[in-house]
Design a protein around this ligand. Structure first.
Ligand code: DGL
Length: 283
């Protein structure tokens, strides 16, 4: 069996990289739904259907546990699929399978409050306000998932989101550094205007943006802490596997890369981030 990692495109490779570094002997299958990227500008129903189709493809290829390395799919589709589709699908294929998202570990890292301890924190005193900026796709921003879930856990953290409608497209299209920097600077300035000052910390709430972490760091005030989803997700998946031996992640250390888009080598931005060539097979 293998761990499946899913994203609309190459952004999830940032999470995949951290998972592979952490779980070296596990087998991995990565699926990029590049034929349908970007997801973040699509209506919710389409995001749910595309995510379900991607999960089926990964389960058919031999995955038993899928990590949605995509904030948009995690925010819009995960709960629906867990509640209305997975139970029946498990019976259909007759083996244990599950799908995890990346928003829970990110919120745990942002609040310092583990998901399961939520109730214990209610009634805490509200002290100094910590302003957290979230850069995300329009669909994730519209879902208000970060605002809602962080507010449940920490009333001393104020969350402000900035939708970035063109960034995924620019990254998938291998845009130049100058255009990427200009776009990111525009979003950092827009967020500053909305808040009235820069945020104290920031979440790159779309896995594609991790590829541009240095550009975000340069556009934000020096030293602004960034919450990194690849590391927080790798921690969470490692803990999950320890608690759930029913999802053995394989022992062969194999890595397959599938795409619904154009097979072959990925663009220069991706290779620079990855530290070497990445070549995709047709899904
Ligand atoms: N990497 C995906 C995310 O984290 C990008 C979604 C999209 O295709 O717009 O949201």
């Amino acid at each position: 069996m293998a761990i499946g990692v899913f994203d609309s495109g190459v952004g999830g490779l940032t999470v995949h990289r951290a998972l592979v570094d952490r779980l070296k002997s596990a087998d991995f299958i990565y699926l990029a739904d590049q034929a349908n990227a970007p997801y973040g500008v699509r209506p919710g129903e389409e995001i749910v259907e595309l995510t379900r189709a991607g999960c089926i493809r990964l389960f058919e290829a031999g995955a038993n546990l899928i990590v949605l390395a995509c904030n948009t799919a995690s925010a819009i589709a995960l709960r629906r699929l867990q509640q209305t589709w997975l139970p029946g699908y498990r019976q259909e294929i007759g083996r244990p399978v599950n799908v995890l998202g990346i928003i829970v570990p990110t919120i745990e890292a942002a609040t310092g409050v583990p998901w399961e301890h939520e109730a214990e924190r209610r009634g805490d005193k509200v002290e100094a306000l910590d302003v957290l900026g979230v850069f995300s796709t329009p669909a994730t921003t519209r879902s208000r998932v970060y605002e809602i879930e962080i507010d449940k856990r920490r009333q001393d953290v104020a969350v402000f989101s900035e939708p970035c409608p063109t960034l995924v497209h620019l990254i998938e299209g291998d845009a130049g550094a100058v255009e990427l920097a200009k776009t990111v600077e525009g979003h950092v300035a827009a967020l500053k205007t909305r808040i009235g000052r820069h945020p104290d910390r920031a979440i790159l709430g779309c896995t594609h943006y991790e590829i541009l972490a240095d550009i975000f760091r340069a556009a934000l005030p020096p030293g602004t802490p960034l919450i990194h989803q690849p590391a927080t997700t790798a921690d969470a998946v490692e803990r999950y596997l320890e608690r759930h031996p029913e999802y053995p992640p394989g022992t062969g250390g194999t890595r397959r890369f599938l795409t619904t888009g154009r097979p072959g080598p990925q663009n220069g931005l991706v290779e620079a981030f990855w530290g070497g060539p990445v070549s995709f097979e047709a899904a």
